[in-house]
Design a protein around this ligand. Structure first.
Ligand code: FAQ
Length: 315
């Protein structure tokens, strides 16, 4: 078939909500866009274990510790489904890790902020996982089959993460004066970075137009950000806390909340590697990779031994 016909058939499938599968023809740019987005997403899950991991040994009770351990393990699982989905597009896991470790691949800006108090664990669950779900529920209908299917399970788990975070904050918000203060302080620090997670505004987002045409993205960055603000502006009232934005106000005409200006300079600074914890996060990842070398070597040696044994038995 002529390339033009292949492209028409491809777009027809997309327009008719037929999933694209690994062996189907796809434009090279579609493949590259997916590798970029899915691998960045996978890296975010893996690096995202670090800020909360910081609190596993200091969780305030056994119950909180068990919940946090389960949550952080879930993030590792999400990373693995996503790396597997990206591998179906013809990139190896080693290449993806290499891109992360050499700073070539991005991961979400949000994970470059420090977790200073226990309340940060609650704020990450409520706001960061809350933002993640807002973005990921539509990805369950993304046009690439393996990515869409991975997202279904990820979203179920993220929804538990969001609730556990909100519940942890609710507990603090009903506690002592110090606990209330700690809760408000965590919300103050995590709010704007969470709003930024959705990426640059639509007129500054180079990838959105094509990703919308190919239904990789179902909503634009600004559409999802607005939904997130609308939801949080209501939920924060239940906590009896406030969001750190004096311009946050219900707009009757639009049926949405208006909100203040985003500090894009801070966002791009963090994305380009100069956030408060970028160096620390990458160093930790690289060290984990190096320290795990013996496990990979042992697993490979074991697999080879088994193969040799099977070959002898089969002969
Ligand atoms: N951080 O043209 P666009 C989680 C980059 S949730 C860093 O708009 P696109 C769960 C973007 O890559 C977090 N970089 O790009 C969890 C692009 O650069 P490039 C992960 C960002 O792809 C919770 C450039 O800016 N979720 O981990 C960010 O159409 C708690 C221009 O941007 C996902 O990855 C950012 N925030 O839209 C884990 C969801 N925003 O590649 C642990 C899947 C943008 O051209 C604890 N990804 N950039 O050099 C997506 O939906 C999209 O990729 C967007 C960006 C919406 C993130």
């Amino acid at each position: 078939m002529h390339v033009h016909d292949l492209e028409t058939t491809f777009q027809d499938k997309i327009d008719n909500e037929i999933r694209i599968e690994p062996k189907d023809w796809m434009p090279e740019k579609y493949r590259q866009t997916l590798i970029r987005q899915i691998s960045q997403h996978a890296h975010s899950e893996i690096v995202g274990m670090l800020p909360e991991g910081n609190w596993i040994s200091r969780a305030p009770s056994l119950r909180r510790k068990a919940i946090l351990l389960a949550k952080v393990q879930d993030e590792a699982g999400h990373g693995l489904y996503l790396y597997s989905a990206a591998e179906t597009l013809g990139i190896s896991r080693e290449e993806m890790y290499d891109q992360l470790h050499t700073g070539k691949a991005k991961y979400s800006s949000i994970f470059n902020y420090p977790t200073l108090t226990w309340a940060d664990v609650g704020a990450i669950g409520w706001l960061v996982d809350g933002a993640a779900i807002m973005n990921q529920v539509p990805l369950c209908r993304t046009s690439y089959g393996p990515y869409a299917r991975a997202m279904v399970r990820v979203c179920k788990e993220e929804s538990f993460h969001q609730r556990q975070g909100f519940e942890a904050l609710l507990h603090l918000s009903r506690g002592t004066e110090d606990q209330k203060k700690m809760c408000q302080d965590a919300i103050d620090r995590w709010w704007w970075p969470s709003v930024m997670m959705f990426g640059p505004s639509d007129d500054e987002s180079p990838n959105t137009a094509l990703s919308m045409k190919w239904r990789i993205k179902r909503f634009t960055n600004d559409e999802l950000r607005q939904k997130f603000v609308d939801v949080c502006a209501e939920q924060v009232k239940i906590l009896g806390m406030t969001l750190p934005d004096p311009d946050l106000k219900w707009n009757e005409e639009k049926g949405h909340y208006d909100f203040g200006k985003i500090n894009w300079e801070e966002f791009w600074n963090v994305v380009s590697g100069n956030g408060p914890c970028n160096k620390q996060r990458l160093d930790t990842r690289k060290k984990a990779w190096e320290n795990g070398a013996w496990v990979r070597e042992a697993a490979t040696a074991h697999a080879e031994k088994r193969k040799a044994k099977e070959a002898v038995q089969a002969a």
